[in-house]
Design a protein around this ligand. Structure first.
Ligand code: NVA
Length: 310
């Protein structure tokens, strides 16, 4: 059976470290490994909007020696025109891996249950695990290497019930980090994610904090992270979300309570004046462009890892 990357805890701590080491190597030499030479194809299937993910997977697959084949979810209509299982059976006869951005986690789990090739989660409603690998690489890059990751204090502020919060919790503690997420009542992570993160943290030396107190979460943090208040698929709730999350903006005053050398992460797209101020995201502590570039290196690494597990 192939290995898949559907959620952050699909990689055990040692495996996450292996992937991050590979990502580090790809950042230093973009052509250090070419597991897709042939070229073998990788399907990139998008049911939601994309910029960074489409570009970084397309470029990444090509740099691995392969061929990215883009599948437009609006045309394929997975689960509407034909079932997830039938789509998967067509794709896995032709491609070396499938990368999918979709809505429910159940959809990608269904695909993985059928697929004879690795399936990679390029964002679902529940997780964004490729982004967190890129974020960990970015923290390492700005803290002197991968060995610096354990013990780093990361504070995520905003919609703490969304995919990014869940992935920071699981992926962050897998790296041995202290992860705090802060959001208002109603925008906090599901209990099963918190419990799973605590379980992993107990083995890695990390820790989990869930709070409505944004200053408490950010005080003394090494890394501060923000994300949109209105995730893809939540557009109908935009008005109530903007009202509920108004006190959870990352601005200069909030960033000032983090460590002096704290870095700011944002997976983008950013809405300046909403979840983050322009002063902060365009300021000296922001590393969001490194973070966006690191999607490329991290995803090449996870694809290489999964392809070699077979
Ligand atoms: N939470 C955001 C992340 C965008 C990359 C969303 O799901 O839209």
């Amino acid at each position: 059976m192939p290995r898949h990357f559907l959620r952050d805890d699909d990689l055990a701590p040692a495996e996450q470290r292996e992937v991050l080491e590979l990502a580090w190597a790809f950042r230093e030499d973009r052509f250090v490994r070419t597991p897709l030479s042939g070229p073998r194809a990788v399907a990139l299937l998008f049911d939601k909007p994309t910029l960074r993910t489409q570009v970084s997977f397309s470029v990444g697959v090509a740099e691995l020696g392969g061929f990215p084949t883009l599948v437009d979810g609006r045309l394929a209509q997975v689960g509407v025109r034909e079932s997830v299982a039938d789509v998967t059976r067509v794709l896995d006869r032709q491609v070396a891996a499938v990368v999918w951005r979709t809505f429910g986690q159940d959809r990608i789990e269904e695909m993985a249950g059928v697929s004879r090739v690795p399936v990679v989660n390029a964002l679902t409603d529940d997780f964004h695990p490729c982004q967190i690998l890129a974020d960990l690489l970015t923290v390492a890059q700005h803290r002197g290497g991968l060995d610096a990751l354990p013990g780093q204090r990361l504070a995520y502020v905003g919609d703490a019930g969304n995919n990014m919060a869940a992935s920071y919790l699981l992926g962050g503690v897998t790296a041995g980090m202290h992860v705090a997420v802060a959001g208002p009542e109603g925008y906090l992570p599901p209990a099963d994610i918190v419990a799973r993160a605590e379980e992993i943290a107990a083995t890695t030396g990390g820790s989990v904090t869930v709070t409505t107190d944004v200053r408490a979460a950010v005080t003394g943090a090494d890394v501060v992270a923000a994300d949109t208040w209105v995730s893809m698929g939540d557009e109908d709730e935009a008005t109530e979300r903007l009202a509920a999350l108004a006190g959870y903006q990352v601005d200069g005053a909030l960033l000032a309570v983090a460590k002096d050398d704290a870095i700011l992460l944002h997976c983008l797209p950013a809405y300046r004046g909403k979840e983050v101020t322009a002063e902060v995201i365009d300021g000296p502590q922001s590393v969001v462009w490194d973070e966006a570039e690191n999607r490329l290196h991290a995803q090449k690494a996870v694809l290489t890892f999964l392809l070699e597990q077979r």
